[in-house]
Design a protein around this ligand. Sequence first.
Ligand SMILES: NC(=O)c1ccc[n+]([C@@H]2O[C@H](COP(=O)([O-])OP(=O)(O)OC[C@H]3O[C@@H](n4cnc5c(N)ncnc54)[C@H](O)[C@@H]3O)[C@@H](O)[C@H]2O)c1
Length: 261
Amino acid sequence: MSLFNAPFDPATDTALVTGAGNGIGRAIAQALVGEGVRTVFADISAERVNAAISASERPERAVPWVGDLAGLEACDALLAASHAALGEVTHFVHSASPPRREADHALAVDRRTWAEMHAVNLDAGFHLARGLAKRLIAAKRPGSFLFLTSLHAGTPRNLPHYSTAKAGMAMLVKELAKTFGRHNIRVNALVPGAIAAGGFVADASLARHIPLGRLGEAKDLAPMALSVLSNKLSGYVTGAAFVVDGGLSLTNWFEPPMLEE
Ligand SMILES: NC(=O)c1ccc[n+]([C@@H]2O[C@H](COP(=O)([O-])OP(=O)(O)OC[C@H]3O[C@@H](n4cnc5c(N)ncnc54)[C@H](O)[C@@H]3O)[C@@H](O)[C@H]2O)c1
């Protein structure tokens, strides 16, 4: 059998994807149902969730959920709805994040915007992952969790609420990977570069700083996401961060050499 054949078992694997209404989360959720994995599409926007499911290859494998993950009660409601619909949730992707606005720099960002960014990215990510893990541990089932972090976990973005939330998530991945590893629950980070996906308003001129010569698209993230989520393909991988950025993070004050054609 081919190594890459059937990375998931639709009879036992189930998934929850937050931020599944748009961008990267949507591409990953759609790819999971495309593999036959029953998947909860969770997002704050009903319109986006419904559109994402309708545009999926196999909408009958999708379960919609709509709510604001800035509140822990909503996280509890999502856990309850996911377990009711799927039983144990073996695969978790945390992609939901409030919009980034360039105006929210260090002197301008208000308390509410700061708190919401941390609540959705970090607090909800922790609360959901822990809730899912408790059930998996009790059921002695393996799991695989993936957090969407950012290059700005390690380098400033001029948006301190965003970069600090992502830095917290990067450490959360390591904490959870270490704690859950002995229960066969893997936890990893996916680190996108400049992805014209909705959450990032891309300036096309940025492409000249990217070694592969173009901005990314949400669909560029899905194959790596599924590879890391798959216990068949990545069963010995945990606590790792996978950068999918077309080489953007290699850029510094040295231009690459001009090579003769
Ligand atoms: N696009 C990029 O270039 C890029 C780069 C680095 C990291 N990321 C990260 O990847 C993830 C996805 O990015 P994207 O650009 O696809 O984002 P996006 O804005 O296109 O999608 C985010 C989704 O989260 C949902 N959401 C927002 N607030 C919510 C809330 N309170 N409760 C529930 N759902 C909520 C939105 O409705 C939206 O559908 C984010 O975590 C982002 O920080 C993106």
